[in-house]
Write a protein that binds this ligand. Structure first.
Ligand code: GLA
Length: 708
């Protein structure tokens, strides 16, 4: 491949578009019917070879078969019987589009292909973006109603507008990796053989969801952490979504995905445009580890707003106090937290309105007089004086019926007037798609930040949407997309107006973590489940796509409130040190020895923080008898290894942990134990982790390269 190959190119004569990243290439070709069809996605090939690739043939010469060539965005016309990425209805009842290619624009790393319906005033632009320092390809779609033409001036109903369709080359078999779970059990990694069927991953909740995350990876069933080709994609959307993976009976696999779930529509009026979120794709040749590393790098370079800032060691009072907050109680915890080395103090739920439990007060964002008779400023000032930043929990999208806000604006909630509204956690969802609600929320949060000198918002959302309607609006389904866009917009405005502000994404734990949310937040609250054993699995799944610096992890009390399991403080710390460390226990009940040990472990964390938060993460073992994660500095000199063994078994010493990312030619010193190792031994044979005896054993090993 010539070194000068541009990142994106389009050859109008051959109808060939090529996108190049440092280690992959993506190509598509215009079909004679005018629609762009997928050609290749994988290891680099040169353009002449791509041009010579045959079009995918039909599997059989039969009038019953699907048109074999894969659409970049499948409309609902022609011999296409798979999942459609575009589903439109015109005012006269006609369904589906038929394209005519009308041009392209290639500009730097961006390519746009313009398609127009042959008869109707509908235009689609398929958009692609590549960057010189990432193998991730970003794709999205823009759909425009071109206004009255040919006498057709009615609205166009968009039942589905996907961001992109993806396809792997033909593989001998197909395996799907994806994340499933629920509240308290998010990010459980599954690797399932893909059935010959359509497999739908979706959220119908108005939130990204605990139960599925819009990330997936496909391989041939043989890839492992270090080897094998992996094709993976992630959707940058924080509301409902759908990805349909289709493996057909003759061995082809592709998937199409975007925002929205089945049964919701968007009415596009003349002159209007609807654009989708980005659906990003990544090809890697060296296993799931390389795939995750490349995603982490992409997030750091192109998604997270301030990746270079250290995530502070935070203290959050939720598990300590629940709703029972008061100025005196919070001050006591703040002083203890500062003593441990915390850098941020977050006041959680219960500080506002009449909020003594979850039945009232949501929506009334002024300090609760009984808890904070002097307002929040004395607490914020003292937290600042103690050398910490001040953070505040908010749940701006929600309202209790028992609140001043609901009494004043009952019409602001997501609600169908002819249905009973389901309350979950005694709350309803505010319709942020309404401009007046969006501006109220922005104003309220902006005032809070200014008046209480807030450095950090924990932005929560504790229920999905139900009976989602918008009374009196001609196109009520707009609320699904409009709400999420408004949440993103408010966060963007707050960050722009308060440059120091940081935001933590939360939705009952990890219910809204995606590339759209992480583009305007610094980290995500991974799960309300803070049990360290459960967390090992949750963190393993989270790390498939998201970097450790975005993974909030707290040390809480033992026995754990969620599972009742008792674990040593050191084990709890070592698990939480694998992400952005926080403390969430009731410090006022910790014995002095625990406080002293915690202070020592916080200091240890700060030593390895540059590696955990800004280095490169390597997963060493899947969660099992022993799990381990390795963080390396970018120059390869410093390393931290966290090893956890939840349960012990007589006669089964832990196997040595191999560190394949080290340099076999180098030498490494463990400065804490004064031991030196040959790199070759660490790479090929492994290190005996210095685990103490017993259950819930863990260790931190630091290694420093000594030879150069
Ligand atoms: C959600 C969050 C918790 C806590 C509570 C407060 O469940 O995930 O961390 O903030 O809400 O009500």
């Amino acid at each position: 491949m010539p070194a000068t190959s541009p990142p994106v190119s389009f050859d109008p004569d051959r109808g060939l578009a090529v996108l190049r990243t440092p280690n992959s290439v993506y190509a598509l070709r215009l079909h004679p019917d005018g629609s762009p069809r997928h050609l290749y996605w994988g290891a680099p090939l040169d353009t002449a070879d791509l041009a010579a690739l045959p079009a995918t043939g039909s599997p059989a010469d039969s009038s019953f078969e699907d048109d074999a060539a894969a659409d970049e965005l499948a409309p609902q016309t022609g011999a296409r019987f798979g999942p459609a990425g575009l589903q439109v209805r015109f005012a006269d009842g006609t369904r589906g589009a038929q394209w005519r290619f009308t041009g392209h624009r290639a500009d730097g790393g961006e390519l746009r292909l313009r398609l127009q319906d042959r008869r109707r005033p509908l235009r689609a632009e398929l958009c692609y973006r590549v960057r010189p320092d990432s193998d991730v390809i970003e794709r999205w779609t823009e759909l425009t109603h071109l206004g009255p033409q040919d006498g057709t001036d009615g609205p166009i109903t968009v039942d589905r507008l996907d961001s992109a369709a993806w396809r792997t080359p033909a593989l001998p078999d197909y395996r799907l990796s994806h994340l499933v779970g629920g509240w308290n059990s998010e990010f459980q990694l599954r690797r399932d053989r893909l059935p010959v069927a359509e497999t739908v991953l979706t959220s119908r909740r108005g939130l990204t969801g605990h139960h599925a995350n819009p990330w997936l990876a496909v391989d041939d069933g043989t890839a492992d952490e270090e080897h094998g080709e992996v094709w993976s994609t992630a959707l940058a959307w924080s509301g409902s979504w759908r990805i349909t993976v289709h493996r057909d009976p003759v061995g082809r696999t592709g998937w199409t995905g975007g925002f929205g779930h089945d049964g919701t529509a968007w009415t596009l009026r003349p002159g209007e445009r609807l654009h989708t979120p980005v659906f990003a794709g990544l090809y890697t040749a060296h296993g799931f580890g390389a795939s995750s590393t490349a995603w982490h790098e992409h997030l750091r370079r192109h998604v997270l707003p301030q990746p270079e800032r250290d995530r502070p060691v935070l203290y959050n009072s939720w598990e300590a106090t629940g709703f029972d907050v008061s100025e005196a109680g919070q001050l006591r915890l703040a002083r203890l937290a500062a003593g441990l080395g915390a850098e941020l103090f977050v006041l959680d739920d219960g500080w506002f309105g009449t909020r003594c439990d979850d039945r009232s007060g949501l929506g009334d964002w002024t300090p609760r007089p009984a808890a904070f008779p002097r307002g929040l400023r004395p607490l914020a000032d003292e937290v600042h004086r103690l050398g910490m930043e001040f953070g505040l929990w908010v749940e701006p999208e929600m309202v209790n019926r028992d609140s001043e806000l609901y009494r004043t604006h009952p019409d602001w909630v997501v609600h169908s007037p002819h249905l009973d509204a389901t309350e979950l956690r005694h709350q309803l969802v505010l319709n942020f798609a309404r401009p007046e609600v969006e501006s109220w929320a922005h104003r309220t949060l902006d005032t809070l930040i200014r008046e209480h000198t807030v450095d950090w918002l924990k932005w929560d959302a504790n229920r999905p949407f139900t009976e989602a309607g918008w009374d009196g609006h001609p196109d009520p389904d707009r609320l699904w997309i409009g709400h999420t866009r408004a949440v993103h917009r408010i966060m963007d405005r707050l960050r722009a107006d308060h440059p120091g502000l940081r935001i933590e994404a939360c939705a009952g734990g990890g219910g809204r973590v995606d590339l759209g949310m992480l583009a305007r937040t610094d980290q995500a609250w991974t799960s309300d489940n803070t049990d360290p054993v459960d967390r090992i699995g949750i963190q393993h799944g989270f790390s498939q796509l998201f970097p450790a610096q975005a993974m909030a992890a707290w040390v809480t009390d033992s026995p754990n409130p969620a599972t009742g399991r008792s674990t040593p403080l050191r084990f709890r710390f070592h698990v939480a040190m694998a992400g952005a460390l926080g403390i969430g226990g009731d410090l006022s009940s910790w014995p002095a020895a625990d406080l002293a040990e915690a202070a020592e472990l916080v200091a240890r964390y700060k030593q390895i923080r540059p590696l955990v938060q800004h280095g490169v993460q390597h997963r060493l073992t899947p969660p099992g008898p022993v799990a381990a994660v390795h963080y390396a500095s970018r120059d390869g000199r410093d390393h931290a290894l966290l090893v956890w063994r939840p349960s012990t078994r007589f006669g089964h010493p832990p196997a040595p942990v191999r560190l394949p990312a080290l340099d076999p030619a180098a030498r490494y010193l463990d400065p804490d134990r004064g031991r030196e190792y040959s790199g070759a031994v660490l790479v090929h044979r492994g290190i005996e982790p210095p685990l103490p005896a017993g259950d819930y054993a863990s260790c931190l090993v630091r290694l420093h390269r000594t030879d150069s």
